[in-house]
Design a binder for this molecule. Structure first.
Ligand SMILES: Cc1ncc(COP(=O)(O)O)c(C=O)c1O
Length: 393
């Protein structure tokens, strides 16, 4: 009765269904291997933890943080962007701390769009994108991400008459784990400038890349008309800290600061100090953590290929996106896999219609657990059963 049209428009999540399936598996005595949530199991940098511990002992950190109090974190973010991407950003006008990239995106859409505006949205995509678009009252225009184009959108296929207010991209990508080149971002930025479209790049996996591959920043194509969302959740294993930053076009950043000013007061100062320390750590520290996920990829991909599944070697992100031969109902499959084998994966359809036929594995367990998960899944048929079978004893 009290839900607004806006609240009612936020799509429900199949992750609640998956949660119930995991509970049923546990109740049936199965050891659950949960690969359905992309929450890093690695520890945050010890230096960041120490900065947080020290901050909790400093009474000055318990007050409301004002914008001026966020300067050290904005300056640390500017330095990180300079070191990592050779970008020169003005920390006073082109950077803003976030309470995570997810919060940042929802408020950014409120800040830069009006109800009824068109948002170009990849399909499949990180599910909260759809919720954020619904809250902002946007029309979404789907951009299918297809394997034959390396899961990059075909902007040339967007009809001339479509005048999107914003384009949302994310590489390394969740859920497909695809990566994009600097040339791709240059082309996307050129396309956006031609149509008066803001390019929003959600970049939480910037440091989670494998081998020699390093993810570019969309801002390498120029800062005007581009906003990039960075997060310490995956790059520094600080998901629960809820901290990140927005960088880019000063008009969009000012609008975001205005909207956020009506909503929040910036992250707790202790968390800002921890993030500042983490962003200043040498790049090699990020590489060490990324190699943990790389070793997991190296275990899971061959194990899934041995099942006859079509799986690429991801160059980044913390996921493996697998096409399961003969799969037509990924939600039914994921529920059954959880109940019958205790292996919880994310159904591709949860990320959008174009995700059907796929499942997503989060690389959040050690290699031997991942291969055990693949071994268990060999027993689950991808064929939909007309009547659901009771879980095996
Ligand atoms: C693409 C993408 N964006 C944003 C987030 C959330 O980031 P944060 O923890 O900074 O809100 C995630 C988390 O899985 C993600 O995959």
């Amino acid at each position: 009765m009290w839900a607004s049209k806006r609240a009612a428009a936020v799509p429900g999540s199949v992750f609640a269904l998956m949660d119930a399936a995991k509970q049923r598996a546990r109740a049936a005595g199965r050891a659950v291997i949960d690969l359905s949530i992309g929450s890093s199991d690695q520890p945050p940098p010890e230096e960041a933890m120490e900065a947080l511990r020290a901050a909790t002992r400093d009474p000055a950190t318990s007050r409301y943080p004002l914008f001026s109090d966020t300067w050290p974190l904005r300056a640390a973010a500017a330095l990180y962007l300079r070191r990592r991407f050779a970008l020169e950003l003005d920390e006073n006008a082109e950077l803003l701390p976030l309470i995570g990239a997810q919060e940042g995106l929802a408020h950014l859409l409120l800040a830069v769009t009006d109800p009824g505006d068109v948002l170009l949205l990849p399909d499949p995509c990180y599910p909260p994108y759809r919720g954020a678009a619904a809250v902002a009252g946007l029309q979404t225009f789907p951009l299918p991400l297809r394997p034959e184009l390396g899961f990059l959108p075909d902007l040339g296929a967007v009809p001339e008459g479509v005048r999107p207010r914003a384009l949302l991209l994310n590489y390394p990508n969740n859920p497909t784990s695809a990566v994009a080149t600097a040339a791709f971002f240059r082309e996307a930025a050129r396309w956006c400038r031609g149509r008066g479209t803001l390019l929003i790049h959600d970049h939480p996996y910037a440091e989670l890349t494998f081998g020699d591959y390093r993810a570019p920043s969309a801002m390498e194509a120029g800062v005007n008309g581009v906003v990039e969302l960075h997060s310490l959740s995956k790059t520094h294993h600080m998901g629960g800290f809820r901290v990140g930053f927005a960088a880019g076009d000063r008009g969009a950043i000012a609008a975001l600061a205005r909207v956020k000013g009506a909503v929040d007061f910036h992250p707790y100062l202790g968390i800002q100090r921890a993030a500042e320390v983490a962003l200043g750590l040498p790049e090699e520290r990020n590489r060490v953590a990324a190699r943990v996920f790389e070793a997991r990829r190296d275990a899971l991909v061959p194990a899934l290929r041995a099942l006859g599944w079509a799986v690429d070697w991801p160059q980044g992100s913390m996921y493996v996106w697998a096409r399961v031969p003969g799969l037509t109902d990924s939600v039914e499959y994921a529920l059954r896999a959880a109940e019958e084998t205790g292996v919880a994966v994310s159904p591709g359809r949860a990320f959008g219609p174009a995700g059907e036929g796929f499942v997503r594995f989060a690389l959040v367990q050690p290699p031997e657990v991942l291969t055990e998960a693949a071994r268990r899944l060999a027993a689950v048929s991808p064929q939909v059963r007309s009547a659901r079978q009771p879980p095996a004893p």
